[in-house]
Design a protein around this ligand. Structure first.
Ligand SMILES: C[S@@+](CC[C@H](N)C(=O)[O-])C[C@H]1O[C@@H](n2cnc3c(N)ncnc32)[C@H](O)[C@@H]1O
Length: 205
């Protein structure tokens, strides 16, 4: 993971954060020019959602997490072109970042859109959203913080709802239209092909 933390108040040459350690937690004050509420997108893909949403919300900081470098570079280009100062990018496995590298209770919203569905039964153990994830979300979110989920896979959607319904720290809530109207790359493709998509949101009590 790369982060340019030399002088976050200047326009950075890259939004990709270079990680100095894989065991010490990231000092958020060092990587953003302004201390403000933090939102994360896990598995940001080409950044279609994140670049647009971060531009619409300069009063929030955003970290986009993506394990594929090519995709991260696409988001980086989008963010730099838009002159975004409230966006940073991390190349790392999403659950590891949540568990080990971010300070606890530092996030107000977690966006997880069209995570890999792993449709074969024997591969379902690879899904990002499971019981363990609800605990990671509980630890990283501030009280009142929300997890926003979208998928095209009905079975995965059932799993997402089941695990969050079972975690008593969360309650079901609505996704505001202002948020749901900002679509991701995969979502745009599904809509073009007439594939229905599903959304859910859970708020930490
Ligand atoms: C199906 S794509 C969806 C991309 C984007 N959210 C969208 O809706 O257009 C899933 C993305 O998540 C990334 N990804 C999958 N598992 C991940 C993980 N554990 N940590 C970080 N990124 C992950 C993949 O590389 C891929 O870009």
């Amino acid at each position: 993971m790369q982060i340019d933390s030399s002088n976050p108040s200047k326009s950075p040459a890259t939004l990709i954060h270079e990680l100095e350690s894989i065991v010490e937690r990231i000092d958020l004050e060092k990587i953003f020019p302004k201390a403000q509420p933090l939102q994360l997108e896990l598995g940001s893909g080409d950044g279609s959602f994140l670049a647009k949403y971060a531009a619409a919300h300069p009063e929030n900081n955003f970290i986009g997490v993506e394990r594929l470098l090519g995709r991260l570079r696409k988001i980086n280009k989008k963010g730099l072109r838009a002159g975004l100062t409230n966006l940073r990018l991390a190349r790392i496995e999403a659950a590891y970042l949540l568990e080990f590298l971010l300070p606890k209770k530092c996030v107000t919203a977690l966006h997880v859109y069209f995570p890999d569905p792993w449709p074969k039964r024997k591969h379902r153990k690879n899904r990002l959203i499971n019981e363990t994830f609800t605990e990671l979300a509980k630890d990283i979110l501030q009280p009142g913080g929300t997890v926003y989920l979208r998928t095209d896979d009905a079975d995965y959607f059932e799993q997402m709802n089941r695990v969050f319904d079972a975690n008593r720290a969360f309650e079901k809530t609505e996704t505001p239209l202002e948020l749901s109207s900002v679509v991701t790359d995969f979502e745009r493709n599904f809509h073009l092909r007439g594939v229905p998509t599903l959304a859910a949101a859970y708020r930490l009590k």
